[in-house]
Design a protein around this ligand. Structure first.
Ligand SMILES: Nc1ncnc2c1ncn2[C@@H]1O[C@H](COP(=O)(O)OP(=O)(O)OP(=O)(O)O)[C@@H](O)[C@H]1O
Length: 574
């Protein structure tokens, strides 16, 4: 796939715009001939009728060029904007299909720059190509041809000087493309620092690190400026070179023109026409440095956009995945599952085998870094297992459609992420077209209904970015409500009740028991774990215990250790 495939749908407006551009070009190339005619047959021959006649023709074709120019702009603007719209849409849906491995290849600020700034560059180039980028080289070529038609010998200086100038321009263009690619990379960095600052503003203020962050931003901003200035200097340096050589050739034309006019081999009108072509060619040439800049930039942008669009998705529906299969029970089975993060060789999970029956509640306990979150992320296939198999309702999850797998799972990540919008919208994000009753029911079960009722606009209260106007515990409960509203078959809570007091947490877990789902809870609290049907103990990625509280208290030294650290010495009544 190449960027040109996005041009295809606009073949008709492009053809129309280019035809109109050719009309403008033809008028521009004919004008010097008419000027020559008016001078030689009208002014020199003192024939006013000829001046009026050809002057009228010039006015007529100028009007034609004017109308063509307006129609061309109209078509170019419309096609250019639609072209940009299409690329943005494709980029967005491609990024949505990215796996976490794909995300690790691009920083989020770079993806944002690509979807905005890079697409704008391409859009501008598309527009400009239809307006002047093609007209300028055609004007140069057409200008030389017309000048030769007027007088071959006088046009010779241009014929000699223009090819080396063109080679010089192409050489600069290849150099500039690389430079502009590095400009875009620096823009990524500026966006990256800006993004981190906005996200971490509270932390920056709390640590009084404003000055440090200011310097960090200034540094990347400065690098962006310096690189851009350098790239612009390289492209702009072409203008004086072009003007110098074109003006030199005009002087040569005038020198020989004077001699030939005196000897009668050339008319004054012909010399004026050739100088007029020279002026138009020079104007087209000086436009070149700008065109080079825009093209070099957009070549870099096109590469960056295509890098995203051509990124191979490593986690998607497998060829044999079964359509229409819905998870009905929610039984989870890990069979000799081992896992390491893509592009790393550190084993995170090692040979995990266990089975969680339909409707069971299982608590996962383990030290920080033991691999609890990693284990969770394998269930909705945020990552694929490195070896072994995960089965839900007896089917390998890789044989299920990703959509039906994920729709059956309510996943509440460690960090609650809410979106800008009202509480109602955030809850309904879990299930489109959820009724008011469903929203309230889920909020009640998540123990957040009463809190919402006390807010000034209740369910219509607007949340700031990431839910800044809520407490940590409120955000956690809203995230849980958002998962409950889906009525999932499998509910995964990744330490999602850590900020709740014990009483609220107990009520919430009791309410969840009424849902027809299998629940897996990562927790640090034995008080939470001991109410679960079973407890799964993870240590350094290995399963070292799986069973009921009483059983583990007797059999697992790690569990005894965790228990005694939270409740004091384990009583030896077993
Ligand atoms: N994207 C990643 N790429 C590479 N390694 C990772 C990635 N995410 C986590 N890890 C590593 O995997 C290991 C397990 O991480 P995981 O988040 O599963 O731990 P955890 O048991 O959930 O810990 P915690 O209780 O602190 O959340 C850690 O050593 C961590 O450094």
């Amino acid at each position: 796939m190449s960027i040109f495939s996005f041009v295809k749908p606009y073949r008709i407006p492009i053809a129309a715009a280019l035809s109109l551009m050719l009309v403008e070009l033809a008028v521009e190339l004919i004008q010097p001939l008419l000027i020559a005619k008016i001078i030689d047959e009208g002014i020199v021959a003192k024939d006013l009728d000829t001046v009026i006649k050809w002057g009228g023709v010039m006015l007529g074709i100028s009007l034609l060029a004017f109308v063509s120019g307006i129609a061309n702009s109209f078509l170019a603007a419309h096609a250019g904007q639609s072209f940009g719209f299409d690329i943005r849409e494709r980029l967005f849906s491609k990024v949505q299909s990215f796996s976490f491995t794909n995300f690790s290849h691009f920083s989020s600020s770079s993806l944002i720059t690509r979807i905005t700034n890079d697409v704008t560059q391409l859009q501008n180039t598309f527009f400009m190509s239809l307006r002047i980028a093609l007209r300028a080289p055609l004007l140069v070529i057409g200008g030389i041809v017309m000048a030769m038609l007027v007088h071959v010998k006088l046009a010779m200086p241009f014929v000699i000087i223009i090819p080396p100038l063109l080679i010089f321009l192409i050489w600069i263009m290849t150099k500039a493309a690389g430079l502009f690619k590095s400009v875009q990379r620096r823009l990524d960095r500026v966006n990256g620092v800006m993004r981190e600052n906005l996200v971490g503003m509270r932390l920056i203020k709390a640590f009084a690190r404003g000055d440090y962050e200011g310097t960090r931003f200034e540094k990347s901003n400065d690098q962006l400026k310096n690189r851009t200035v350098f790239a612009l200097r390289v492209t702009e340096s072409t203008i004086p070179v072009l003007l110098l050589f074109m003006n030199l050739s005009v002087i040569v034309v005038l020198w020989f023109g004077k001699i030939d006019v005196q000897s009668g081999r050339v008319s004054v009108g012909e010399v004026v026409a050739i100088v007029n072509y020279a002026a138009r060619i020079t104007a087209a040439f000086s436009m070149f440095s700008w065109i080079i800049m825009v093209f070099s930039r957009s070549r870099a942008s096109a590469e960056r956009v295509m890098e995203v669009l051509n990124e191979g998705i490593d986690l998607e529906d497998t060829a044999g995945s079964q359509d229409g299969y819905e998870i009905s029970a929610g039984e989870i089975e890990f069979d000799k599952v081992s896992f390491q993060f893509p592009n790393t060789n550190i084993p995170i999970l090692d040979d995990l085998s266990f089975k969680i029956s339909k409707g069971e509640t299982v608590a996962v306990l383990g030290a920080t870094g033991a691999g609890k979150t990693a284990m969770f992320q394998l269930i909705p296939r945020l990552y694929d297992v490195t070896s072994g198999e995960i089965r839900i309702d007896g089917r390998n999850i890789q044989e299920l459609k990703l959509r039906s797998l994920r729709e059956a799972i309510g996943y509440v990540p460690q960090e609650s992420l809410l979106f800008t919008g009202s509480i109602k919208e955030n809850l309904a994000w879990g299930k489109q077209n959820a009724t008011e009753e469903e929203l309230i029911e889920a909020a009640k079960d998540a123990q957040i209904h009463e809190t919402i009722e006390k807010l000034p606009n209740q369910y219509d209260t607007l949340l700031g970015q990431k839910g800044v106007n809520l407490s940590g515990g409120q955000k956690q409960r809203l995230s849980i409500a958002r998962a409950l509203i889906k009525k999932p078959k499998i509910l995964l809570l990744d330490d999602s009740t850590s900020a709740l007091d014990l009483k609220t947490e107990a009520k919430l877990l009791l309410a969840i028991r009424n849902y027809d789902c299998t629940t897996v809870i990562i927790t640090q609290k034995v008080s939470t774990a001991k109410d679960a049907d079973k407890i799964l103990l993870l240590e350094d990625g290995s399963l070292i215990g799986f069973g009921e509280h009483e059983h583990l208290l007797k059999s697992s030294s790690l569990y005894q250790e965790i228990y005694s650290s939270q409740f004091g010495e384990v009583k030896a009544d077993w």
